[in-house]
Ligand binder design. Structure first.
Ligand SMILES: NC(=O)c1ccc[n+]([C@@H]2O[C@H](COP(=O)([O-])OP(=O)(O)OC[C@H]3O[C@@H](n4cnc5c(N)ncnc54)[C@H](OP(=O)(O)O)[C@@H]3O)[C@@H](O)[C@H]2O)c1
Length: 315
């Protein structure tokens, strides 16, 4: 379990420790790195958005944990997010699973750039440990940047996967990393990495974007946890959003729930080892997303969504 680095941290944060009284896990639980986590977690990336105040961010993190979330997804390159997690939640409750990712960093101008070389991965793990105020981070996802979406590796940033896994498994053996996951990978890369022990895969995937379906299939085959990012379509313009889809909106209206809840419930139904990390900077949206864990879609709605493609839905 995560431990604060020193007593000084405890003194600073003791007053802020959220209640650890048991509340039902949103969406029930699944296994991640040998731990039971709520199937609806919280991705903290939206907290780096301009206009989200520190007080709002701290309150959102505490709201999530108080509501039963014990899986937070972060990254050092999400600006202030790690420090916010530490300020809101350290000393960390037993059972809280912190997941970070490595493979990119901010350059001097603030732009996100690949940082794929093994020594860069190690430096990023250390930076995460320092910012989170812990001696071990539960899961570290290796974010590959072989192709879009997002930044793409060129030159000396094109690094052999086995060399990266050797570095991360050495960090795991040293106790700094609890488990290793992958992000932005193909099914073949997952197969290549499996002998190293892979806790989860985090790829772009949603009801409106199924390109990663073969990777989900490989996760099912090997019992690896599946953590789709952009589960609602993300915040970036130009990507299909659950809330803009006429088919999803109609299903939501019929069921008396929101389009986002339909999209999240569909993902949960896809595979029992799916773990959600929807991102939001809104307390109301956070509550809504966690409540999606209680939704079971009727088979006819699931079938209609199974057959939906973003292209058809927006014609
Ligand atoms: N591995 C990777 O490469 C990678 C890449 C990107 C993200 N991630 C992880 O995945 C997590 C989720 O991704 P994301 O936050 O970018 O995308 P997302 O969860 O699909 O969508 C977030 C967007 O949806 C809005 N939203 C959230 N809940 C809503 C609701 N109930 N109703 C209406 N709108 C809602 C948010 O705005 P509001 O703030 O207004 O609610 C925000 O604009 C991130 O936090 C991050 O941890 C990983």
């Amino acid at each position: 379990m995560l431990r604060p680095r020193d007593r000084k941290d405890l003194a600073v944060t003791e007053q802020r420790q959220p209640s650890t009284s048991p509340v039902p896990a949103p969406g029930g639980t699944a296994r991640l790195a040998g731990r039971a986590v709520a199937r609806v977690g919280y991705g903290v990336m939206q907290l780096e958005r301009a206009g989200v105040s520190r007080d709002t961010a701290l309150a959102l993190l505490r709201q999530a944990v108080a509501a039963g979330v014990n899986h937070l997804d972060t990254a050092q390159f999400y600006g202030p997010c790690n420090e916010l997690i530490r300020a809101a939640l350290a000393p960390y409750a037993e059972g809280l699973v912190l997941v970070t990712k490595v493979g990119a960093e901010r350059d001097a101008s603030g732009a996100l750039v690949p940082a794929q070389r093994p020594e860069q991965l190690r430096a990023q793990v250390e930076a995460n440990l320092t910012a989170l105020g812990t001696e071990r981070v539960d899961v570290v996802n290796l974010r590959r940047v072989d192709g879009r979406p997002g930044i793409v590796a060129t030159g000396d940033q094109v690094v052999d996967l086995d060399d990266q896994l050797a570095e991360l498994t050495a960090l795991r053996a040293a106790g700094k990393v609890g488990a290793v996951g992958l992000s932005g990978v193909t099914a073949a890369q997952l197969g290549q990495a499996l002998p190293a022990g892979i806790a989860c895969v985090q790829n772009l995937y949603s009801v409106l974007d199924r390109d990663a379906e073969p990777v989900l299939g490989a996760c099912r085959e090997h019992g690896v946890a599946w953590v789709p990012f952009f589960p609602l379509g993300g915040a970036f313009p130009g990507r299909p959003k659950a809330g803009d889809s006429p088919v999803i909106k109609a299903a939501a209206a019929d069921l008396g729930i929101t389009p986002g809840q339909v999209a999240l419930a569909w993902l949960l139904g896809r595979y029992e080892q799916t773990l959600l990390i929807p991102g939001t900077a809104s307390p109301a949206h956070l509550a809504e997303n966690l409540a999606a864990g209680d939704v079971t879609l009727p088979p006819a709605v699931t079938a209609a969504l199974d057959n939906l493609t973003a292209t058809e839905d927006h014609q």
